[in-house]
Design a protein around this ligand. Structure first.
Ligand SMILES: C[S@@+](CC[C@H](N)C(=O)[O-])C[C@H]1O[C@@H](n2cnc3c(N)ncnc32)[C@H](O)[C@@H]1O
Length: 254
């Protein structure tokens, strides 16, 4: 297979029996992902803030504000990592029980240090939670790294109650006027700066390709709706560099 292919269906395109070194496969290989995040964990938060010029904080606040608009009782922040999104949601929804889950323990050590009390080491592809356990599932910059996007979204639907909400925050394809400069930043500037900050330039060299092959806009809303949700909507942020996708699990009681 020559190019990165069309991942909008959520299916895996590569033969699992053969080694594949495409950017998209590498960034969805659970062993590679765990090792990469364990290596950058100590400087992850700093690198995020520097590389985004602090805008990542505003993006997470947007998720938290939307969560607060319909206050949830139980929230799962999947791929919680250092807990940035979980902390923003917990701050905005003081009455909520916010559970953070991630399969990389070194990343979650930071979440623990910032005082998040409910942390579970778990794989997003097979969550250790009961059907319908949560009112809201959030996932910030984590779905892109999961082995099967559609399977992961379906698992999020399983742990949500009927009528529960999903919020996916991730990078997306920016508006056409921004694309050239953004591509240059992603492939040239970001790996160099991230390498200096974290000492792990290699982990960031895959980021640009993984963003470019990740379903964006209507492709992502279609993927979400095809895997257990309805009425998925996309809210582009900062010229579409990131997007917030919001959807509802069907079957809310009247
Ligand atoms: C870029 S960090 C995002 C952290 C945090 N959500 C944020 O907003 O900054 C991605 C996280 O996704 C986690 N992750 C990736 N694939 C996962 C999976 N299959 N199950 C659980 N966590 C996963 C990684 O371990 C990593 O901590």
């Amino acid at each position: 297979m020559g190019g990165l292919g069309d991942f909008s269906s959520g299916e895996n395109i590569c033969d699992p029996g053969r080694p594949c070194h495409s950017v998209a496969c590498r960034m969805q290989d659970p062993n590679f992902v765990q090792r990469a995040f364990a290596a950058i964990a100590p400087r992850y938060v700093l690198a995020n803030h520097v590389l985004s010029g602090g805008i990542d904080v505003l993006w997470r606040r947007r998720v938290a504000a939307l969560a607060r608009a319909q206050p949830p009782g139980r929230v799962l922040d999947l791929a919680t990592g250092s807990g940035d999104l979980a902390a923003a949601v917990a701050g905005a929804c003081p009455g909520a029980l916010v559970v953070g889950a991630d399969f990389c323990a070194p990343m979650m050590a930071h979440a623990q240090r910032r005082g998040l009390p409910h942390l579970v080491v778990a794989d997003g592809m097979a969550l250790p939670f009961a059907d319908g356990a949560f009112d809201l599932v959030t996932v910030g910059f984590g779905l892109r790294n999961m082995a099967d996007y559609g399977g992961a979204v379906r698992e999020m639907a399983r742990v949500l109650r009927p009528g529960g909400r999903l919020m996916v925050l991730d990078f997306s394809q920016p508006a056409p006027w921004l694309r050239g400069a953004y591509k240059w930043y992603l492939h040239r500037v970001l790996p160099a700066v991230a390498g200096l900050l974290t000492g792990e330039r290699g982990a960031y060299e895959y980021l640009g390709g993984s963003i470019e092959s990740f379903p964006s806009g209507s492709a992502m809303t279609a993927l979400i709706d095809a895997h257990g949700f309805q009425a998925a909507r996309c809210f582009p942020l900062t010229g579409g560099i990131a997007s917030l996708y919001v959807a509802e699990k069907p079957g809310a009681p009247n």
